[in-house]
Design a protein around this ligand. Structure first.
Ligand SMILES: Nc1nc2c(ncn2[C@@H]2O[C@H](COP(=O)(O)OP(=O)(O)OP(=O)(O)O)[C@@H](O)[C@H]2O)c(=O)[nH]1
Length: 458
């Protein structure tokens, strides 16, 4: 067996119907993410429901049945494909407004964002309009710390005339402009013209766009280039994994598997997980020994950051653990048992009115989902420079950035962004949409381990 490839998590972002499922489905289909048996099953099912314009769409539900039969190990929304250097796990983020939450929990695990933009007439324009999701998703990815972004200019077969260079350049100019405003360096962002539908420039270079000779990006670590989407994905900078840090593993789910026992699943954010280790779960306040670890149905002796694992633990009932709990090594700086207050920088994205202290949206932080109260609006700041604009503002409105004190109304485990980035960024949800995104500056841990039943908002 060859050396194991580096694992990379990719989040797919972009406007509704830009072709996220089609392009990612194409990569998975062509680059070995799905085994033959599953493919046959999928194709049979697809033929039965007549997917018409839906070729290559590997929707999550197609994977439910087979995974369920096996007794589930990892989150089913995760699909895989291989480039030369990497094994890429795709987090497919549907584009509808209501799915922004998924996009955030997905983005919080991503090393790279693949922004799909439709070049088709009218579609590009609505995607980048104020109500479109192209800008919003890119801003979220940036705020949540996804540093590398690749732009896939899709539906080139639908430009007028098809495969039109001018249209591609127009999209590149427009998208570069707003990526720059958000904070990305456009010089470092590759753009690839493709058709996820016909496959042009997806895996092999097309003859239909001879004007595109590849994209070169300048980087401190050396230049990178690529002509196809696959080559550009292969040219990303490998993510730096924080193996030396203490273990942090937010749970995505907990299963009870017959003949095996309790199996929590989740992605290792920092540190290392090994069989025999004693884990501490927070805020569940439980310790347990790891019996075995699995990834993609194979046993593992050492699981590293970026790995999506299922692991079997001794003597803990499935009822006592839940999604949002964080596992750490009981002997090496385990996660805080109780978060009392958190100080965060927030950016208000969409709120129809004015936000005052006392406002209590739900925070989605890593896999946790807890109502938190804006106990104090401390400072209004400039969204890009972070410079203070106003002390203790009375209200915040859409577009504002501020430092706020937050109080979780029930126990939750978070960390500062500085110490553990994936556990220190969140989306605040209210009115069925994302009202704000934020980064945790510091956490006040409660003395002792006894959680008050309800915390007071102050
Ligand atoms: N002609 C053409 N059609 C495409 C291309 N990519 C996607 N489509 C079609 O565009 C429609 C939307 O594609 P999807 O892949 O479902 O888009 P999506 O971004 O995943 O959609 P949501 O999940 O609803 O946001 C489907 O009918 C696709 O077949 C392309 O490159 N060319």
């Amino acid at each position: 067996m060859g050396k194991e490839k580096t694992h990379v998590n990719v989040v797919i972002i972009g406007h509704v119907d830009s072709g996220k499922s089609t392009t990612t489905g194409h990569l998975v289909y062509k680059c070995g993410g799905v085994d033959q048996r599953r493919l046959e099953k999928f194709e049979k099912a697809a033929a039965q429901v007549r997917f018409k314009q839906k070729k290559f769409q590997l929707k999550k539900k197609d994977f439910w049945i087979s995974e369920r039969e096996r007794g589930i190990t990892i989150d089913i929304s995760l699909l895989k494909f291989n480039t030369q250097k990497f094994t890429m796990t795709i987090i497919d983020a549907p584009g509808h407004r209501d799915f922004i939450k998924n996009m955030i929990t997905g983005t919080s695990q991503a090393d790279v964002a693949l922004l799909v933009v439709s070049a088709a007439k009218g579609e590009y324009e609505s995607g980048v309009s104020r109500s479109g999701q192209t800008r919003e998703h890119s801003l979220l990815a940036y705020t949540l710390g996804v540093k590398q972004i690749i732009v896939c200019v899709n539906k080139m077969d639908m430009t007028e005339p098809p495969y039109n260079q001018k249209r591609f350049e127009e999209v590149v100019k427009g998208v570069s402009g707003f990526l720059k405003k958000i904070g990305y360096d456009p010089q470092a962002v590759p753009f690839v013209p493709v058709s996820g539908w016909t496959g042009e420039n997806m895996i092999t270079a097309t003859q239909k766009m001879p004007w595109f000779q590849g994209w070169k990006v300048r980087r401190r670590e050396g230049n990178a280039s690529g002509r196809t989407l696959l080559e550009v994905l292969d040219a990303i900078q490998p993510p730096v994994r924080t193996i030396n840090k203490p273990l942090r593993l937010p749970l995505q789910d907990v299963y009870k598997i017959g003949g095996v026992g309790t199996v929590p699943v989740g992605k290792i954010e920092t540190g290392v997980l090994k069989p025999g280790m004693t884990l501490m779960f927070s805020p569940a306040k439980l310790t347990a020994e790891v019996k075995s670890i699995e990834m993609h149905h194979q046993g593992l002796q050492t699981a590293l950051p970026g790995h999506n694992v299922g692991f079997n633990i001794k003597n803990v009932s499935v009822k006592n653990l839940r999604r949002g709990d964080v596992a750490g090594n009981a002997q090496h700086d385990p996660p805080p048992l109780l978060t009392f207050r958190l100080f965060s920088t927030v950016i208000i994205l969409n709120h129809p009115g004015r936000i005052k202290s006392g406002y209590s949206p739900v925070l989605d932080c890593h896999t946790a989902h807890v109502t938190c109260c804006f106990a104090e609006l401390k400072e209004k700041i400039d969204r890009r420079t972070g410079k203070k604009l106003e002390d203790q503002p009375q209200v915040l409105i859409s577009g504002d950035a501020a430092t706020v004190k937050l109080v979780p109304i029930k126990p939750m485990c978070v960390e500062s962004f500085f110490s553990y980035p994936p556990l220190g960024r969140f989306a605040a949800r209210d009115l069925k949409q994302t009202v704000a995104v934020g980064v945790i500056k510091s956490v006040v841990k409660a003395p002792g381990t006894k959680a008050p039943k309800a915390q007071v908002c102050k």
